[in-house]
Design a protein around this ligand. Structure first.
Ligand code: AMP
Length: 126
């Protein structure tokens, strides 16, 4: 079910549990600011999620309230993970769903990193 992307952070969300080590993930990379792991239901040959370690509900929350070091550390981690996965040459797509219109389901800010194939049109058109 889609979430608003606003409001108080829910520390029981699934990514908070992953960060605390309460449920497992297939880790790809970790630094002081970010954790990257395989999406449980991949939608491309490469589908990795990169999440900040701080408690941010959405991109709106992260961009408005995270500190400069967190934003820089997280952004660099996303780029680093793309390189680690060998995606720099052929390219990749980043996606962050914010709120109901975008269909955000997990209320902890995350960036989807897709690659490994031609990814098709940017948005679904019905
Ligand atoms: P979004 O719709 O942008 O909130 O995307 C949430 C993503 O989290 C989906 O692609 C899910 O497949 C993924 N997901 C949910 N639970 C897990 C989990 N335990 N481990 C890895 N990925 C997950």
């Amino acid at each position: 079910m889609a979430v608003s992307g606003r409001g108080p952070y829910d520390p029981q969300n699934v990514f908070a549990k992953i960060l605390r080590g309460e449920i497992p993930c297939r880790k790809v990379y970790e630094n002081d600011y970010a954790l990257a792991f395989q999406d449980i239901a991949p939608q491309a040959p490469v589908h990795v999620l990169v999440i900040p370690k701080g408690p941010y509900v959405s991109f709106a929350d992260f961009s408005q309230t995270a500190g400069d070091a967190e934003i820089a550390g997280f952004t660099r981690a996303v780029g680093h993970v793309a390189g680690l996965l060998g995606l720099d040459e052929d390219g990749y797509r980043l996606l962050a769903n914010m709120g109901v219109a975008a269909g955000q389901e997990v209320p902890h800010f995350h960036v989807h990193l897709f690659g490994g194939a031609a990814l098709g049109p940017m948005l679904h058109r019905s």
